[in-house]
Design a protein around this ligand. Sequence first.
Ligand code: AMP
Length: 405
Amino acid sequence: MTHVITLNAGSSSLKFGLFKLGVNDPALVCSGLVDRIGMPDAQVEAETADGNHVTDDAPGPIADQAEALERALNMLERHFPEMVVSAVGHRIVHGGAEIDTPQPLTPQMLKALEKFSPFAPLHQPHNISGARAAMERFPDAAQIACFDTAFHRSHPWVNDVFALPREFYDKGVRRYGFHGVSYDYISGHLAETAPLLHAGRVVVAHLGNGASMCAMVNGRSVGSTMGFSALDGLPMGTRCGQLDPGVVLYLMDQEGMSADEIADLLYNKSGLLGLSGMGNDMRVLEQADTRESRQAINYFTFRIRRELGALTAVLGGLDAVVFTGGIGENSRLIRDRVCGDMGWFGIELDPDANADNSRIISTDLSRVCVMVIPTNEELVIARAAADLLHNRGSAAGQPIHNLRA
Ligand code: AMP
C-alpha cells in the first residue's frame, strides 16, 4: 500500500496530509500543520483520521519551508513507519491565465511558475520553495500541483477583465479568482450527491480566514468575488476585501506609505481584525459582543449578502447556496445573518437545522436550497496525485519511493 503526501505551503505555515492509496478514494491517515515558521516558537501539530493527537518529539525553531517539511516528515515517519510515499501533491496559488487542471510538477514547470510570483508575492514564492523542498526530499516520487486559479478559468471574458487599457490585460492584470481547490471539491461533491443542483445555478460561499464566493453553472465557475489578488471581494480575517483603488493612492500620496507598508496593512491588519480591533477569529468576535466586534460582523455579513445578490444576477437566478470554510461550516450566526429575512429572495432558513450545522439548512418550502458542506482541499490534491500515478502506470502496490530507504 503506498501513500500520497499533500502539502499546502503558506508564508509562515505548512499544512500537510498523509493519504493511503487503494482501489477507492485516497483515505486520510493523518493531517497536520507546521506553524510559525521563521519564529522561535514554531510548532508542529497533527491528528490522525480517527482523532488521535500526534506529537512532535523534537520541538524547536524552524527556519524555512525545507526545514518545515523535514520536521513534518520526521514526525510522520515516527508515527507511521509503514509509510511509503509514491506521490506528493501541492497546492499552488497561481497558475496564470491558461492552466485549468492539475499539472505534473517538474523543475522546469516550477521555474515557469515563478513568473506568476509578482501576481501573488505573499504566497507563490512559498508554494514554489515548498515544492522544491519536496522534490529534493522525494526525488523519485510523482509531484503534482493543484492551482487555486485553475477552477476559474471557465470565466467569461467580462468576468476576467478590468476596465484598464488593454495592454494591462495582455500583461496578466486580470481577475483570476482563488480558492479554486475548495470550489472544485464542492462542485464534485454536489455532482455526486445532488446532481440536479450541480447542474443548476449555485453560489458557494467559502468563509474562512480567507473568504470568497463563487457563482457556478453546471459545476463550473462563471464568476468569483476574488480578482487579481486574494485581497478583493469579501472582507476576511485580516484582509480588507473590496477597496476603492483611490484609497491606495491616498495611502501613498497623503500618508506617505510604501508599497510594502500598504501590502502589510491590506493583507495583515485589515478585515475583521482591523474593524474589531480585537482579532480575526470569528468565534472570539461572536462571543465578545462589543460595539466594534458587532460592527465587524455586520460588515462581513453585509458584504456577503451584497455579493450574493450580485452573483445571483450574474447567474440569472439561484437554485442553491453552499456554505463552506471554517466560518461557513460552523457559524450559525453568520449563516443566519446572511440568509435571514430573505424570503423575498427565495431563501427560507430552518433555524433548527441551521443550529445543528445540518447538511441542508433551508426548509422544504424554500425555493433556494441552502447547504453546509465541509470542504476538503487535501482530498482534491490527493485525488489529483492518485490520478497522476494511475496515468503514469504506477500500480498502487509498487512503491516509487520508500521514505525509510
Ligand atoms: P479556515 O480558514 O477555513 O480554517 O477558517 C478559520 C475561521 O473559522 C476562523 O475565523 C474561526 O474563527 C472560524 N471558525 C471555526 N469554528 C467556528 C465556530 N464554531 N463559530 C464561528 N467561527 C468559527
